[in-house]
Design a protein around this ligand. Structure first.
Ligand code: RBZ
Ligand code: NIO
Length: 578
């Protein structure tokens, strides 16, 4: 192309680039000197719930509000209004509205869920020096705004984008912000006198933060994790085999961020290098975050059951051993019960279907319906899974106030049942999760693998998304009861100490049912059973002990609980610095 003799007209306002410049360097619009800072602020934004009372200077507030006002809006309609509340009386009335709403919602929930709601940290509304009621002025008819005729709620989304801008600017200024929506919208609107047609998106707390969470509190508490990017980015078309909606999020209470950070802070103030007790310190942090740092004892819950699968030659022992072990535990003379006593734990035995009829002195949680051997028929009927989970929950809640809840099992043949359940829940091969159990030889091991393989083929796929069905198809009644005990104990705020392979598989089912329960768990030990490590990894737990146990009965959980109680004593007894 020959050069044009004509100079290019350059507009005096706006974009001075030429088409040739833009084609020559399409990325030249970037702002490399700012990008790093922006991503850092995006990554460091947190929902803050604790505030210092100090005022926010007017110029800082104005910059933050201006950032909100710079948000994108549908048809450039700028529908947001930022109603800044400084008046302490209005703030106090808003706090009362959230308190009231909390009680109202709690009254409609199961007692347990209600308690969790009541524990929510909402003090920010009272503490923060500023409240911002973000409003959307919807009085312009949707059809009159470019883009809203087809998406009539796009004005609300614009306001949400403004909130995100406010939030990022606040973070960059070092201010904390929390978005509170536990209001009846009309009550909040009434409080600040919004006219008809102006709606609110909630109350933003704004002030200097009295917590500086490095990660979302719920993430640190193990409640949930940010999904990998690949899980939320879809190419071109929604996948045809998506398997239905994702599992609902957990409603189980994990410790709040303040509790989790508080536990860590407390440990950091001891006269010792932070984390000096390693894995034990992390377990102690968990218990302290649950508010149970004062525990000096607890309970070993031992659930026992026999299994039709045992008739397929998958154990080196006869089925009557289960009954003997459970009776010895009731008499306090089994390995598990003596280990529990040594650790300062009481033992409670649950009869989850021990052969030979109900066991005197045990908590009765026996399945009522038919039982299958996994390979040929489902382990239990769904009704029994529900009943046994509930029975376990009741027991777990009941034992939560006594201190730690350690879990143990007895059931001849149950390492095969646990292997089938683990394979179903993890999508693993039989060979990866089938081990020697209480002492299998190669012929028994061969039969165990065959049973697990047949069970998986019979039960079909997708069990990882439906843990209750997995328990019915591939589970055992003692594992189901233990999953319930874990959930009940975790719901009531207790720390739960796991034992070996079978207990850990029960825990995996429980955590798939209620991810929030993970925050309550401490892995007692890594046993020598094949597959245990895989299950612990799936639980995201590092065990306290690694003694190559193959005991079952809660022996490892009791040993670890003793160590954990020592760790709590050390935490309480060590002097604090500065
Ligand atoms: C005397 C005795 C006491 C036990 N206590 C726990 N288990 C452990 O072994 C059993 C599971 O292994 P498998 O799947 O190979 O049968 C469960 O009862 C478990 O708790 C025991 C096993 C025996 C023999
Ligand atoms: O790993 C275990 O928990 C285990 C192994 C063998 C027998 N009972 C339990």
């Amino acid at each position: 192309m020959t050069a044009s003799p004509w100079p290019r007209p350059v507009p005096l306002v706006g974009d001075a680039t030429s088409a040739a410049e833009r084609a020559g360097d399409p990325a030249a619009w970037a702002m490399p000197e700012h990008a790093g800072g922006l991503y850092a602020v995006v990554g460091a934004r947190r929902d803050v719930r604790r505030y210092r009372p100090d005022p926010v200077p007017a110029d800082v507030l104005e910059r933050v509000l201006a950032a909100g006002h710079a948000a994108p809006s549908v048809g450039h309609s700028q529908p947001w209004r930022f109603l800044v509340v400084r008046d302490p009386a209005t703030r106090d009335r808003a706090a009362v509205l959230t308190d009231r709403e909390r009680l109202r919602q709690a009254a409609q929930l199961e007692p347990d869920a209600a308690r969790r709601l009541l524990d929510l940290q909402l003090e920010g509304v009272r503490e923060a020096p500023l409240g911002i009621v973000v409003c959307c002025d919807r009085r312009t008819p949707a059809a009159g705004v470019l883009g809203r005729a087809t998406f009539p709620d796009a004005d609300l989304w614009s306001c949400a984008a403004a909130i995100q801008n406010l939030w990022l600017a606040a973070r960059a200024e070092g201010l904390g912000m929390g978005w509170v929506t536990l209001f009846r919208p009309d009550e909040l609107a009434g409080l600040v006198g919004l006219p008809d047609g102006v709606v609110t998106l909630g109350w933003l707390c704004l002030g200097w933060p009295d917590e500086r969470p490095p990660a979302p509190g719920l993430e640190r508490a193990g409640w949930s994790r940010r999904l990998p990017l690949s899980a939320v980015v879809v190419e071109d078309r929604w996948p045809a085999d998506d398997g239905g909606p994702p599992a609902p999020p957990s409603h189980l209470r994990a410790p709040g961020r303040a509790a989790v950070v508080g536990a860590r802070d407390q440990a950091d103030r001891l006269l010792t290098p932070p984390g000096s007790l390693g894995v034990l310190d992390r377990a102690v942090d968990r218990v302290v975050a649950l508010g149970r740092g004062d525990a000096t004892g607890g309970t070993l819950v031992l659930a026992a059951a026999d299994h039709p699968a045992a008739a397929l030659g998958v154990s080196a022992y006869e089925a009557r051993v289960t009954r003997d072990v459970a009776r010895a535990a009731l008499a306090g003379v089994s390995v598990g019960a003596t280990a529990a006593a040594a650790a300062g734990l009481a033992t409670v035995v649950v009869d989850a279907g021990v052969a030979g009829g109900p066991l005197d002195g045990a908590v009765d949680a026996r399945p009522a319906g038919p039982r299958g051997d996994l390979a040929g028929a489902a382990a239990m009927v769904p009704d029994d899974v529900d009943r046994l989970l509930t029975a376990g929950r009741v027991l777990g809640r009941d034992r939560a106030d006594a201190g730690l809840v350690a879990l143990g099992e007895a059931g001849v043949g149950n390492t095969t049942v646990a292997a089938a359940l683990a394979a179903g829940l993890l999508g693993a091969d039989a060979a990866d999760v089938t081990g020697l159990g209480a002492g299998a030889d190669s012929a028994v091991l061969e039969r165990k693998r065959a049973v697990v393989t047949a069970a998986l083929a019979r039960a079909g796929r997708g069990l990882d998304r439906d843990p209750a069905r997995a328990l019915a198809e591939l589970g055992g009644p003692e594992l189901t009861v233990l999953a319930g005990v874990l959930l009940g104990a975790a719901e009531a705020g207790a720390a739960v100490v796991l034992d070996g392979f079978a207990v850990s598989v029960a825990a995996l089912a429980a955590v798939l049912l209620e991810p929030g329960a993970q925050a309550a768990l401490v892995a007692g030990q890594r046993s020598r059973e094949r597959g245990h490590d895989l299950v612990l990894q799936a639980l995201g737990l590092e065990p306290l002990l690694d003694l190559r146990l193959r005991a079952g009965e809660g022996a490892g959980a009791a040993l670890a609980a003793g160590l954990l109680l020592d760790g709590l004593r050390i935490r309480r007894g060590t002097t604090r610095v500065g």
